[in-house]
Design a protein around this ligand. Structure first.
Ligand SMILES: [Zn+2]
Length: 228
């Protein structure tokens, strides 16, 4: 089990986290007390959960996780933004920081199992829903085909970012628009977005690909870590 109190202190110090959420294993073995904690939704970092403490465990042998909820930092400006995050070399980076824990999916010894958990999480929480991208105002569907595509090609570290696809869609910055490489006649163009993902104090650039169809819809297609 993760170090609950250690995480809380780290989140507080990061200044990027405004709340926390209790995540259960979502099966019929989860205790009433843990389900009650999960039912509270997002609460403040200093607020106790229903069982009376700030974080996990809910009881001995608790399998739950507590995950951070990132601060919303408002709309991105089109041009210069003094608050725009920098990478480890001090360069401006596009997109806001999306804080990732990975605890949503549970712990798995095999990537195959983590893939399954990631797909189930996506199905239960956001597949097929639309989210508005803050930098472009574009409405983007978290398309099942895209999520499947990402999961099929991901290693463990990227799989842990799957629960954050809705946040990536909302907070990434549109960096360029290009023609579809496969020349698909149904696609007007392909949009490339960038975000910064923070996990355990490390920051990584993430590139997200969205396909803009001739019927006007935009569909999430893929995301991956930026290559250096
Ligand atoms: Zn529990």
């Amino acid at each position: 089990m993760a170090d609950g109190m250690g995480n809380l202190i780290g989140w507080e110090e990061s200044g990027l986290v405004e709340g926390k959420r209790w995540i259960t294993a979502k099966d019929d073995k989860v205790s009433d007390v843990c389900n009650a904690n999960a039912d509270m939704g997002v609460i403040g970092l200093h607020e106790p959960f229903a069982h009376g403490a700030l974080t996990i465990p809910g009881h001995p042998n608790c399998r739950c996780a507590v995950v951070p909820v990132a601060k919303r930092m408002g709309k991105l400006s089109k041009g210069y933004n003094p608050k725009q995050p920098r990478d480890e070399n001090g360069r401006w980076t596009g997109g806001e920081v999306v804080s990732v824990s990975g605890g949503e999916l549970g712990e798995f010894a095999e990537t195959k199992e983590l893939r399954k958990a990631a797909m189930q999480y996506a199905r239960d929480n956001f597949v097929g829903k639309s989210y508005v991208n803050e930098s472009s105002g574009h409405e983007i569907i978290a398309a099942k085909s895209g999520v499947k595509h990402t999961i099929a090609n991901s290693g463990d570290e990227l799989l842990k970012t799957v629960p954050y696809i809705p946040e990536l869609i909302q907070k990434s910055k549109l960096v360029k628009t290009e023609p579809d490489k496969n020349g698909d006649v149904n696609i007007s163009n392909v949009e490339i977005y960038r975000a910064t993902v923070g996990s355990n104090g490390k920051r990584k650039g993430v590139i997200m690909v969205v396909k803009h169809y001739k019927d006007g819809s935009r569909r999430y297609y893929d995301h991956g870590f930026e290559r250096k």
